[in-house]
Design a protein. Structure first.
Lengths: 166, 102
């Protein structure tokens, strides 16, 4: 059961991620990205990270993607046309991509950490209770600093997107 | 049927990182480039949560929450910059914004 869940949602995530990159219209990319976020939330549940899975759906698939779709609609960006790529890129692109993929796979294989078997309910450390306790005791200072970061981001977004008043 | 181990999750994370990198490098639309950056940050999150699972320690999940917060701040500021840019240059294609190119 866990194997089927993992395989189905991992394949959905990878296919949607490829779709994000190959689609020419930004709205199609955004819809595919929502698919990636949703399937990753299921994979987080499988790992026992319940709070992160909920946050993934609410924050990523909800807030961030609405922001993206809103900006795409606002800018009315049409489909993107392909530009002729240079000869070097056409010649070297695919071999270098395969090389990078091979290097990455080699290091993942080499780094063969204690491969813990993942099954549903095998780890119960990610409940909102545990997360909240750690966040408000051990990690209180980073938590407060993060609130300042968000404040700066809000101010920056307002200042950047504001229309210049004469 | 083999059971799923954490190595499978690391491989999935590597695949998402690679796809996101290809998106950042090859796409021209800045909105899609920002979405590819979100893909890369999701790959990081998978790694953090998998390591938290391996060592039965939830510090990794706390870090994942901070990464999610960062992603939100980055998306908000990035899209704000994009709107300001569109107002000045009337384009969202990264290769047409070449003001600093000699």
């Amino acid at each position: 059961m866990d194997v089927i869940l993992f395989l189905v949602f991992a394949i959905i995530a990878v296919v949607c991620a490829i779709n994000v990159v190959v689609q020419t219209h930004p709205i199609s990319s955004a819809i595919s990205l929502i698919g990636v976020m949703g399937s990753l939330a299921v994979l987080y549940l499988l790992l026992g990270a319940e709070f992160i899975a909920a946050a993934q759906v609410i924050v990523y698939a909800g807030a961030i993607m609405v922001l993206f779709v809103f900006v795409i609609m606002l800018l009315n960006a049409g489909a993107e046309t392909r530009k002729g790529r240079s000869f070097m890129v056409q010649l070297l692109g695919v071999p270098l991509l395969i090389g990078l993929l091979g290097l990455l796979a080699y290091f993942v294989q080499r780094l063969y950490l204690p491969g813990v078997t993942v099954h549903f309910g095998g780890f119960r450390g990610g409940t909102p209770l545990d997360i909240g306790r750690a966040l408000f005791t051990t990690y209180l200072l980073p938590f407060e600093v993060t609130s300042i970061l968000i404040l700066i981001a809000i101010l920056g977004a307002i200042v950047l997107a504001r229309k210049e008043m004469d | 049927m083999h059971p799923i181990t954490t190595v499978h999750y690391l491989a999935l994370s590597a695949a998402l990182l690679l796809i996101g990198t290809v998106g950042v490098l090859t796409r021209r639309n800045i909105v899609v480039i920002l979405m590819s950056i979100e893909l890369i940050l999701n790959a990081v999150n998978i790694n953090l949560i998998v390591f938290s699972r391996i060592w039965h320690n939830m510090d990794g999940q706390i870090f994942a929450i901070f990464v999610i917060t960062d992603a939100v701040a980055e998306a908000a500021v990035g899209l704000g910059i994009l709107i300001a840019l569109f107002r000045n240059k009337e384009t969202v294609l990264a290769d047409e914004i070449d003001l600093l190119k000699w």
